[in-house]
Design a protein around this ligand. Structure first.
Ligand SMILES: [Zn+2]
Length: 213
């Protein structure tokens, strides 16, 4: 279990339950990946698509599979801590994960490897190296988080928000805002699909995974 800092007993229980559901989503998604890849790709296609000349569906779906595997390893090995903080500057922010070297990890996800500490390695190895040197990555939770529904499909909820933040930490996903788009909610999911950025955007990954609850 990761370290939970600053929560009341009731809030801690709710966070642990959200983390448990997030784990369940990852386990269920992984079992479909390995048991019925066509089914997995069919479900994926509602949230994440290949678009444009540079993208192939096989590359996109394997990137998502790598993302899910990285999230599974990070959540199982507690490579993060969870801390309740005063409401963020933005009144709409419910949670945030420190985006360590996020620009590099985004590049690393597309290339498969990244430069860390002068060596080339995959994103997960770099994340473990980062934790070894700097301590567990922090998932900040704001009071607004507890106002979200616990679980709902295609809506921001506690389970999906947890998955969203975990994907930043584990796999270098981003909140894609180029061109002034709002990357959040199903509006953001659809906007990122139209722009060919759905496999990078944390909201697309988390809305997809939440369907496995
Ligand atoms: Zn985010």
């Amino acid at each position: 279990m990761p370290n939970y800092i600053g929560f009341s007993a009731d809030q801690k229980l709710r966070m642990e339950t959200a983390a448990d559901w997030a784990k369940g989503c990852l386990d269920a998604a992984l079992s479909v990946v390995f048991e019925d890849n066509d089914l997995f790709r069919g479900r994926l296609g509602k949230y994440i698509t290949a678009l444009g000349s540079g993208q192939k569906w096989g590359d996109i779906s394997s990137l998502v599979m790598k993302t899910i595997c990285s999230m599974k390893i990070v959540i199982d090995s507690d490579l993060y801590k969870v801390q309740l903080e005063p409401q963020a500057n933005s009144p709409n922010t419910n949670a945030a994960m420190c985006s360590w070297k996020q620009d590099m990890t985004a590049q690393g996800r597309m290339l498969g490897t990244m430069q860390f500490d002068g060596k080339r390695m995959n994103v997960l190895e770099a994340q473990m190296g980062f934790v070894a040197k700097s301590g567990a990555s922090k998932l900040s939770v704001y009071p607004l988080f507890f106002k979200l529904p616990f679980y709902a499909l295609e809506t921001q909820c506690q389970v999906q928000s947890f998955l969203h933040e975990l994907s930043h930490c584990a796999a270098g996903t981003v909140d894609y805002t180029d061109g002034g788009i709002n990357p959040y909610g199903m509006t953001g999911v659809r906007a990122c699909m139209r722009r060919g950025k759905s496999a990078q955007n944390a909201e697309n990954i988390s809305m997809f995974l939440a369907t496995f609850a």
